[in-house]
Design a protein around this ligand. Structure first.
Ligand SMILES: [Zn+2]
Length: 496
């Protein structure tokens, strides 16, 4: 989904040019000017949100020293140097984890006292890399399901600029989303946060930290010095000390006065902090009016540190600009379908050499299901081209969802493949289920047959976050109950 601030300030789509819509937008815009984030330079909420949340109960258990996953039917290493083909497949093999690291992959490995997991008949692969998401938006699941992007934002998102989120409110939503992500085998997520207030930001990051996931926090900023100071503070104090966390700067590209000063400031800040600049790029056709590429050029932002979510309504010339500057694109097919946004030109992007990853994109993917996401990415191209062998192929989509996402984030030295020495972020899929069996061609079946409940084990940094189909170290019922209370309040606020 597009950034809230961007839409609040954008030129209005035709459908919005009514007095009511205009007053809503102006009202929202005025509200954000008075938002507590202006107080970012003042007293900040505590990191550990004392009171409402018992954080100690949510910590995942410590990593076992050694884990041997034995006798998997297939290990998709995603490293062609380790196995067959571009997926690096090894049949009937083992994988040994030591601490947070992959120690070895191959046949007949010795555990030497390791905890042994029998993976007979099962599939092991790297965890998924979700390159674009908005985790707080689980709190508005099911909202505006008959609306396009602009309609959904107007009904479900814009008005929330006036909702007073507590740290615990945001925590509940984000934590719920992390459970959904772990369930479907995501091990790294990029959470592009609206960061409405410092309080919102702290609840958001606390939930990510407690989840055990590897995460990237993309903080939507502005030219406001107080906001910029808070971004520096958040990176230094909440992100950098966490080995599983990475910081990005969020912004929106446009040449209008309401966008450009913010984009210039955020492009500068991303360079100062040596992190990526993460924007929404031409998601809806109405955004052609924003002159995104002109703005990005003016901000000196075109380059390998620029991440563009969606990239749907691109011209041939713009695709060449992306390729020439190694700008990366995050594709969110479930969201694009739900919001009637359009179909990405994936074959053209691929042919030009643009790196593309997969993302789940917040509330309008409805459920964080990476298997549905892969099927949708394949299906959209086939359905619109009438070709079954078009980009992406099954292997391409599996790579895009794992090592491709890792490369796009410049994290492939750590994650994305099961190469010894990399972090032990991986999943075990059980194909012995009514929606998957029999094993006819197991690898394409990962894309076409797998459902979230077939993900049996999830490891991040060698720590088990899902064991035998159950989430570890967390009480999902309690988190759902907390999220329900917030959702009830939001519902009442939006639809009194
Ligand atoms: Zn988005």
């Amino acid at each position: 989904m597009q950034g809230l601030i961007k839409y609040r300030r954008t030129r209005l789509p035709v459908a919005w040019l009514s007095a009511i819509a205009l007053s809503l937008l102006l009202g929202s815009w005025l509200l954000i000017q008075g938002q507590p984030r202006a107080a970012a330079g003042g007293a900040l909420p505590t990191l550990h949100g004392k009171g409402a949340i018992d954080l100690s109960a949510l910590q995942a258990p410590a990593a076992p020293q050694r884990t041997l996953i034995r006798n998997a039917a297939f290990i998709l290493t995603m490293d062609p140097a380790l196995g067959q083909g571009d997926l690096g497949v090894i049949k009937e093999a083992d994988i040994l984890l030591t601490g947070d690291t992959i120690a070895a992959v191959g046949k007949n490995l010795q555990g030497n006292g390791a905890e042994v997991i029998d993976a007979t008949g099962k599939i092991v692969m790297p965890g998924f890399v979700d390159t674009h998401n908005h985790l707080w938006q689980s709190l508005i699941r099911g909202c505006g399901t008959d609306k396009d992007l602009n309609g959904w934002l107007g009904a479900c998102v814009f008005p929330l600029s006036g909702f007073n989120f507590s740290e615990a409110d945001v925590y509940a939503g984000v934590r719920l989303s992390t459970l959904d992500l772990i369930n479907t085998g995501v091990t790294t997520t990029v959470d592009w946060s609206h960061a409405f207030t410092p309080t919102f930001t702290r609840g958001n990051i606390q939930a990510l930290s407690d989840s055990g996931l590897r995460f990237v926090f993309a903080y939507l900023g502005s030219a406001d010095p107080a906001v910029i100071n808070d971004m520096r503070l958040v990176k230094r104090t909440l992100i950098d000390p966490n080995p599983r966390a990475t910081f990005q700067v969020g912004s929106h590209p446009g040449t209008a006065d309401i966008f450009l000063p913010n984009l210039l400031a955020m492009s500068r800040l991303a360079k100062e902090l040596r992190v990526k600049l993460h924007v929404h790029l031409l998601e809806n056709i109405s955004q052609r009016n924003d002159e995104a590429f002109k703005a990005l050029a003016q901000a000196n932002a075109l380059g390998p540190n620029l991440l563009g979510a969606h990239g749907i309504h691109l011209t041939d010339e713009e695709i060449n600009i992306l390729a020439d500057h190694d700008v990366r694109i995050m594709h969110n097919p479930l969201s694009n379908m739900r919001l009637a946004s359009g179909v990405i030109r994936l074959p053209a992007l691929k042919q030009a050499g643009v790196q593309v990853g997969l993302g789940l994109d917040g509330g309008t993917n409805d459920t964080s299901d990476m298997f549905n996401n892969m099927r949708a990415a394949l299906g959209l191209q086939r359905a619109t081209s009438l070709q079954a062998n078009i980009v992406p192929t099954v292997n391409e989509i599996l790579r895009m969802a794992t090592v491709g996402g890792a490369k796009l984030l410049d994290m492939s030295d750590q994650i994305g493949s099961l190469t010894p020495g990399k972090k032990a972020d991986l999943i075990v899929i059980d194909p012995g289920a009514v929606n998957f069996a029999p094993n006819f061609e197991a690898i394409p079946q990962i894309v076409f047959n797998t459902q979230t409940q077939n993900v049996e084990w999830v490891f991040v940094d060698g720590r088990v976050l899902k064991r035998k189909g159950k989430l570890v170290g967390v009480n999902p019922d309690a988190i759902m109950k907390d999220a329900q209370k917030v959702a009830d309040r939001i519902h009442q606020f939006l639809f009194p």
